[in-house]
Ligand binder design. Sequence first.
Ligand SMILES: [Zn+2]
Ligand SMILES: [Zn+2]
Length: 205
Amino acid sequence: MTTQEKERDDHFNRCVEFHGHRCPGLAIGFQAARALMDRLGATRAPDEELVAIVETDACGADAIQVMTGCTFGKGNFIFRNYGKHAFALADRKTGRTVRACLRLDAMELSPQKRTLIEKIRNGTASSEELEQYRNLKEKRIQEILETPFESLFKIEEISLPIPPEAQIVESKVCGFCGELAKVDLLQPVAGRMSCVPCRLARHEP
Ligand SMILES: [Zn+2]
Ligand SMILES: [Zn+2]
């Protein structure tokens, strides 16, 4: 194993630790993060230097957080619910944004794997078949980790306004539930300030 392969595996293992299990989806997000950082010439963001925009909430999104340092809590990890295996990364310093979208043929399932998944779903898979499935899955992970970025993804620069850095916003008390909420999310309802869930409970917008 070369030093680069060892380094790659160490990084992937960090993603597995965060995500909780090894899966092909995580490997795809991992490769996307590496491809995007490579294209931008960027390193992991300790603060808000980078912004990630993910178009899926599937497994891969976790690898994006670990690898890029863009996290949900820092406000530089943006989820767009488009259901696409696509990930973008913006660099605040240069203003550049690169997007990677998984290629069509990269998602194909072999007929053998399809049959196994079917059997696992309806609970008829034998222990050998479960083992076979695990092996195929591991093989698929290795395959993804070893495929060049350009074969896995369509990678292109896009123009996208980079969202501003997170602001500290004052909180005020909701006049209905008595809990603190950010002022920009409070709205007047029947003469009192109301938080989002209290408005929803009253069927107000
Ligand atoms: Zn997963
Ligand atoms: Zn409330």
